[in-house]
Design a protein around this ligand. Structure first.
Ligand SMILES: [Mn+2]
Length: 316
């Protein structure tokens, strides 16, 4: 983060990375030279989206929204500028219409970030981009990995019309990797009539833990997230966290897939408090589709997801 005064000029003036972080190429040498501990990296890709395409504009919208925040987080009494050396690695050179090549490009860049000892903060793009994140972590991690996904949807499709690299399948493609296991995979926030029965049966058959909105209603988000992290960290060397912004109620996410009956933003932030305290290895925020959201609520909330996760991990 830069040392320029927070309130000088107008917040949105100038060319900036996420939270005014310096721009550094996604190359291990450059990242090491910059002393980066955390690296924001966007994947502007949405070519497999079935409904309301537009999350390719997510990374830009999240960066733009980030200028209204300061590195100090009141809720945690933590100044991220003192705790993290955050850089912005820009965006993947995504190939429209080609998920396989886009994921390869993103995985290579994310591997550079990880090999520099920095934590990737991946901005979608559609949920397919998670596959690049989990693949990169799997090639770098010393042992088995856990996966925690916040989403309205199961995302456990085997394929869509024979296409395996689709935004309906980030969980199933991650579980193709040897490093990940259904027994340490948890889906949180699932609900509603946008989940095919086959995806539910796939998750049940494999032994993936699913916590629905009804579970959260009954037990509370903190207890649910504590149990999710217990499961994800059971015998694992790292945990990948994916936040599909559509886990939130449509009131907070009018974008790509608005879903009535989802979590409140305060419930999500309470979950992130637990996740930060328990620790994670990498995370993403996906499915921000700003053009359906004239007030910019979704991108602002996605910024909060990042700032809360970083602050929660830095606190205490
Ligand atoms: Mn999803």
């Amino acid at each position: 983060m830069t040392s320029e005064p927070t309130w000088s000029g107008v917040l949105h003036a100038g060319v900036h990375g996420f939270l005014r972080a310096p721009l550094v190429a996604p190359e291990a040498g450059a990242l090491r030279a910059a002393g980066a501990t955390h690296a924001v990296y966007g994947v502007p890709f949405d070519s497999t989206t079935l409904y309301r395409t537009g999350s390719m504009h997510g990374p830009k919208a999240v960066r733009d929204a980030s200028v209204q925040f300061v590195p100090y987080h009141y809720d945690y009494d933590v100044d991220l500028a003192e705790r993290c050396a955050l850089v912005d690695c820009g965006d993947a050179a995504a190939i429209p219409g080609n998920a396989a090549r886009t994921l390869d490009i993103a995985q290579a860049d994310l591997t550079q970030i990880l090999s520099a000892g920095a934590m990737p903060i991946l901005l979608g793009g559609e949920h397919t981009v998670t596959i690049a994140g989990t693949r990169a972590l799997a090639t770098r991690a010393p042992g088995p990995l856990g996966l925690v996904v916040f989403d309205t949807h199961l995302d456990t499709a085997t394929d869509i019309g024979g296409e395996e690299l689709t935004y309906c399948a980030p969980v199933s493609r991650t579980l193709d990797l040897d490093a990940f296991s259904p027994s340490t995979t948890v889906l949180v926030g699932i609900h509603g009539p946008a989940n095919p029965r086959e995806e539910r049966e796939w998750a049940e058959r494999r032994g993936v833990t699913v916590f629905s909105v009804a579970d959260i209603e009954r037990r509370g988000i903190t207890a649910i997230t504590e149990e999710a992290m217990d499961i994800a960290w059971r015998g694992t060397a790292g945990v990948y966290v994916s936040v599909d912004i559509d886990v939130l109620d449509a009131a907070y996410n009018p974008g790509g897939a608005p879903e009535p009956g989802g979590l409140t933003s305060r419930e999500l932030f309470a979950a992130l408090r637990v996740i930060g305290a328990r620790g994670y290895s990498a995370f993403d925020v996906v499915e921000v589709a700003p053009q359906y959201d004239p007030a910019g609520i979704t991108a602002i909330t996605a910024c909060r997801v990042i700032l809360d996760l970083l602050a929660a991990a830095s606190a205490g």
